[in-house]
Design a binder for this molecule. Structure first.
Ligand SMILES: Cc1cc2nc3c(=O)[nH]c(=O)nc-3n(C[C@H](O)[C@H](O)[C@H](O)COP(=O)(O)OP(=O)(O)OC[C@H]3O[C@@H](n4cnc5c(N)ncnc54)[C@H](O)[C@@H]3O)c2cc1C
Length: 414
């Protein structure tokens, strides 16, 4: 269990003790249905339903949305979400399924929607009852996000939307989408507007969702097509033409640098029987002890031992940096650590999974479907999934540009 941090206030200490006790008594245990490694890969409705049950109980206990005001369904606390996150991680609870909703849609709706829309939508977002997705990327608008071609045309009190989104995570389950689109073809940045769109109720009536299959064989993201979808003006966020500004609220939270802390848990291993938690050095060491190498085990190989130790040191440095980010006197720029965390953690996870391949040797070619695959093939899945994380939420190359320009003050890239 996590210890109380020396930086906690009295209120935070009390809240930490409450979270710890609640989690001791209310851990949901393990589902009968297999869970994918993360919410980005959720394809089975039964797995989603089980995870929604977990999110709902954690929300009702006050562990989700803690720092949002009570008028919008939040806990009305200050700086407590991080505490709840640390305790959920330490208690090895399952991950939360409404990943896009909690991380990106909630702060965007909170800062930019009309009061009635916030009050209506946020409680069901926090509870996980309504899943959200993010309609930003298009076939010609990824890193160059402002190149949006999906168009919203004004028609009285409504907007008529036409266009094509892609890589839309969780759209196959989503009730709502945060949507960036063009309202003026003449002005690249000031010609964008931002909406929340009830996509589930519009399926077959202006919205088509087509699943895309990933390298792992799982669904997780989709193409979403809009064909004369009608959206009431009350679902527009901020002013017409202010879409880029609103998108910056979404992106700063997506990149871990926004003012609202994203509710997150997920310390629970994806495969309880083997206890494998990919990304964890302890699981990597356990794997090395089971793999034969020259009459001994991979854990006895001095070269592999060196590599494992290097990864443990990198992980420890990452954790200490996370703690350092909470003490303003220890940071030279408020955005440095949050922005670099996505880079560091995504590359670290990839390197851990890659080392697991080396440790397994020839057995690394066995897939999750093969019963001879070490640790049930979870490392192979983790390796394949790890590439998406270096692309999602803006590629790591783009994140490096942002760090260079905004934190280090280097000249803008051409
Ligand atoms: C797992 C996953 C989930 C996703 N979920 C969503 C979602 O829910 N909603 C959504 O809207 N999108 C989603 N995306 C899409 C993601 O945001 C885009 O893939 C990403 O922004 C990159 O855009 P692109 O694929 O068009 O690549 P491009 O922008 O075409 O980039 C191609 C290559 O060029 C490089 N590059 C581009 N511009 C620069 C530059 N200025 N400097 C240096 N290098 C550059 C990139 O780093 C990349 O290597 C998801 C992607 C993944 C992998």
């Amino acid at each position: 269990m996590a210890q109380a941090q020396h930086t906690d206030t009295a209120e935070q200490n009390e809240f930490r003790a409450y979270c710890r006790e609640w989690l001791e008594n209310n851990h949901p245990g393990w589902p009968d249905v297999p869970l994918p490694q993360g919410a980005l890969e959720l394809s089975d409705p039964a797995a989603l339903e089980w995870l929604q049950g977990w999110q709902k109980s954690a929300f009702e206990a006050g562990l989700i949305g803690c720092d949002y005001p009570s008028e919008v369904g939040g806990g009305g606390r200050e700086n407590c979400q991080l505490i709840a996150n640390e305790e959920m991680l330490a208690a090895r609870t399952p991950y939360l399924p409404n990943l896009i909703g909690l991380g990106m849609a909630a702060p965007t709706v909170f800062f930019h929607a009309r009061d009635s829309v916030k009050q209506d939508l946020l409680p069901k977002l926090f509870s996980g009852e309504e899943i959200w997705c993010q309609g930003f990327s298009e076939p010609g608008a990824g890193s160059d996000l402002a190149n949006q071609q999906t168009f919203a045309r004004r028609d009285g009190d409504n907007w008529v939307i036409n266009g094509h989104k892609v890589w839309t995570t969780l759209a196959h389950f989503a009730s709502w989408m945060i949507l960036l689109c063009r309202t003026d073809k003449e002005d690249k940045y000031n010609g964008l507007s931002y909406f929340v769109v009830p996509i589930k109720e519009a399926l077959g009536k202006g919205v088509t969702v087509r699943p895309l299959i990933k390298l792992t064989g799982e669904t997780g993201f989709n193409e979403v097509l809009f064909d004369d979808l009608i959206v009431p003006d009350e679902y527009r966020l901020d002013e017409v033409g202010a879409g880029w500004k609103v998108a910056m609220t979404t992106l700063s939270h997506e990149r871990g640098a926004g003012p609202m802390v994203t509710p997150a848990s997920g310390g629970m291993s994806t495969k309880e029987e083997s206890g494998v938690s990919t990304g964890s050095p302890a699981s990597l060491i356990a794997l090395a002890k089971t793999q034969a190498r020259g009459g001994k085990t991979a854990a006895d190989d001095p070269l592999l031992r060196d590599e494992i130790v290097k990864l443990i040191i990198r992980r420890q440095a990452f954790r200490q940096n996370e703690r350092r980010a909470r003490v303003s006197a220890l940071t030279d720029h408020p955005m440095r650590i949050p922005l670099q965390n996505k880079l560091v953690s995504s590359e670290l996870n990839q390197d851990v999974a890659q080392l697991a391949y080396q440790i397994q040797g020839a057995a690394s070619s066995l897939s999750v479907a093969d019963e001879r695959a070490p640790d049930g093939g979870q490392w192979q899945l983790a390796y394949m999934n790890s590439f998406g994380i270096t692309i999602a939420a803006g590629t790591n190359e783009v994140q490096r540009n942002i760090l260079g320009e905004r934190v280090l003050g280097l000249p803008k890239s051409k």
